[in-house]
Design a binder for this molecule. Sequence first.
Ligand code: 5GP
Length: 228
Amino acid sequence: MREGKTKIVEEFGDDVILRFKDDITAGDGAKHDVMENKGSICCEVTARMMKYLNENGIYTMFLEYLPPNKLHARKLTMIPLEVIVRFKKAGSFIRRYGGTDGEDLPSPLVEFTYKNDELHDPLMCVEHLEVLGITTRQVACEIIEEARRSAILLKKFFDQNGFELWDIKFEYGLDQNGRVCLGDEISPDTMRLRRSGQIFDKDVYRKDLGNPIEKYEVVLELCRNISL
Ligand code: 5GP
């Protein structure tokens, strides 16, 4: 069994069971709360988003949703990276490169950060990944293409439902045959999602803008258009 900040992973034969916890964290774990139903909401959103991606030709870990807060998933060897796809400028992009919140980028940008709270998730290029032995250039390039395709598919889904996907974070692993596979989570915790200037993602929590669960529930209702 492995326990992270928001999930518990248990071996299940050749597969795993992911249990989503009610914990919510920000600032590399510096801010932490427990919110009722948060785990089940993020789990169901992940299940439906991954099902949508599977149906559109993306290889994900998702096998089965086990209500309320568990997923049956492929066992992966996770690569310790956060893979961020940005359509608009926000958050750490603005802190690094300037610009204004919500400003369009001319094309979707894929960034890698090293998943390490102590180092505050430093930004990495493909050269870093190779030299530091995190992954090969070939796998990194495959991840860039997969992340871009997945983010564009999700953006299309949200566009059709009147929401703007500003950016999203993915995590990847290798399956037992060494194939790149989308893992972890796709939820309001891992994206910036806006509608008419309103925030429907973890920025509500990061910036103390009210009860994030009410916003997460709106996203869940939207995702229920995707059948399981
Ligand atoms: P930024 O780098 O601008 O802070 O975040 C870019 C996107 O990736 C946002 O949608 C944000 O929610 C997501 N993201 C970045 N780092 C993390 C992280 O450590 N945990 C989670 N859940 N999402 C992250």
